[in-house]
Design a protein around this ligand. Structure first.
Ligand SMILES: NC(=O)c1ccc[n+]([C@@H]2O[C@H](COP(=O)([O-])OP(=O)(O)OC[C@H]3O[C@@H](n4cnc5c(N)ncnc54)[C@H](O)[C@@H]3O)[C@@H](O)[C@H]2O)c1
Length: 343
């Protein structure tokens, strides 16, 4: 099978790939399939059977379990089962599983090879690509992590059929974001209501992969991927990460960023209407009554702040964004208000 692209690790996209993961990879030492207890039977065992021999390690799902303790538990399993430096960690699940088990693989014996088999739309178009792995700290999400690119990514489109609608929407909005950043044709699929999941996944992977390949160290280009994320993080924190998926928060965050961009004269009103209407047509979860100050306070800790005023990614048009520095508190408030009054 030919990968969709190689950056330099191959990314395979297709149907019914879970049963073929082993045959897509170079033969190697011991294989450990790491998944959640919830996904073990449905997906993990199928992936394990695709190898001549593989151990399965399973842990509990959920952000509350995305911790150092869980990662340490995986390391303990590696040790008890005699994993070695040449062992392979094949991680099967959504972004929570990918981040946690990927982090464990990055610290075990200073790092063993990792393969991502993402099973949510968000994980396929976003978290499995780019090499970031992390767990949460009591003080915030993803604060303990490393940079550990996989040796391969295998995205099976067929597994997405069982995704709950809100998880599907979460991934769709991250993909739509990719369209606004760099791919007008991908955006048009959403605008014209012709969302074919496989095509969307392929195009969205290309947007992210091209950006991270051009900029493996998160300098300016990679920042583009943060479009919509400043205020999304504020919304998620203000809602205590409940009742809204990450991608849906990004949907509202993009609408807020667009308002700020129009106000600065960067984005023509007509383009704003196109993007906002398309986002709303795909129905992100409605926001509850939120205190704008709580959202703003939560953006304070945004990792993208440099100390020289806030940095935000704002669009100029569909397919073109820019990194804008020196965003004032009043501008952020204006963006938050634009979302809260019209959500
Ligand atoms: N590393 C990165 O670059 C990066 C980027 C974005 C997000 N993330 C992280 O990703 C996580 C969110 O990931 P997510 O959105 O994939 O959610 P998730 O991993 O929490 O999964 C959501 C739910 O979907 C279930 N699920 C997974 N695959 C399924 C399938 N095929 N059918 C039915 N149910 C399925 C899971 O069991 C879980 O209950 C967050 O922790 C976030 O911080 C990381």
């Amino acid at each position: 099978m030919t990968p969709l692209l190689t950056i330099p690790y191959p990314i395979f996209v297709g149907h019914d790939l879970l049963d073929r993961v082993g045959s897509l990879l170079e033969p190697r030492g011991r294989v450990f399939v790491i998944t959640s207890t919830q996904l073990r039977e449905r997906f993990g065992e199928r992936v394990a059977k695709s190898f001549a021999q593989a151990d399965i390690i399973a842990f509990e799902e959920g952000e509350a379990h995305k911790t150092l303790a869980t990662a340490e538990g995986i390391v303990t399993e590696f040790l008890e089962r005699n994993a070695k430096r040449d062992s392979l960690a094949v991680v099967v699940g959504g972004g929570m599983v990918g981040d946690t088990a990927g982090f464990a693989a990055s610290i075990f014996l200073r790092g063993i090879d990792l393969v991502h088999v993402p099973t949510t739309l968000l994980a396929q178009v976003d978290s499995s690509i780019g090499g970031k792995v992390a767990v949460n700290h009591a003080k915030g999400k993803n604060l303990i992590g490393s940079f550990h690119p996989p040796v391969a990514v295998v995205s099976d489109i067929s597994v997405l059929e069982t995704l709950p609608p809100h998880e599907r929407r979460s991934g769709l909005f991250e993909a739509l974001k990719g369209g606004v950043i760099a791919d007008p044709e991908l955006f048009a699929m959403f605008e014209e209501q012709r969302v074919d999941v496989e095509q969307v996944v392929r195009r969205a992977i290309k947007v992210k992969a091209d950006i991270v390949a051009a900029d493996e160290k998160e300098a300016d280009l990679r920042r583009w991927l943060n479009y919509g994320h400043t205020i999304a993080h504020g919304i998620e924190a203000a809602m205590h990460y409940e009742g809204i998926t990450h991608g849906e928060a990004v949907a509202w965050g993009m609408i807020a960023a667009n308002a700020i961009a129009v106000n600065r004269g960067l984005l023509p009103e007509r383009e704003r209407a196109r993007i906002d209407d398309t986002i709303r047509a795909h129905e992100p979860a409605a926001l509850p009554q939120l205190d704008p100050e709580a959202i703003l306070a939560a953006t304070e800790h945004d990792k993208k702040n440099t100390g020289r005023g806030r940095v935000m990614v704002l669009p100029h048009a569909v397919g073109r964004v820019g990194v804008i520095t020196g965003i004032g508190e009043d501008e952020l408030r204006y963006g938050v208000d634009a979302v809260l009054t019209r959500s």
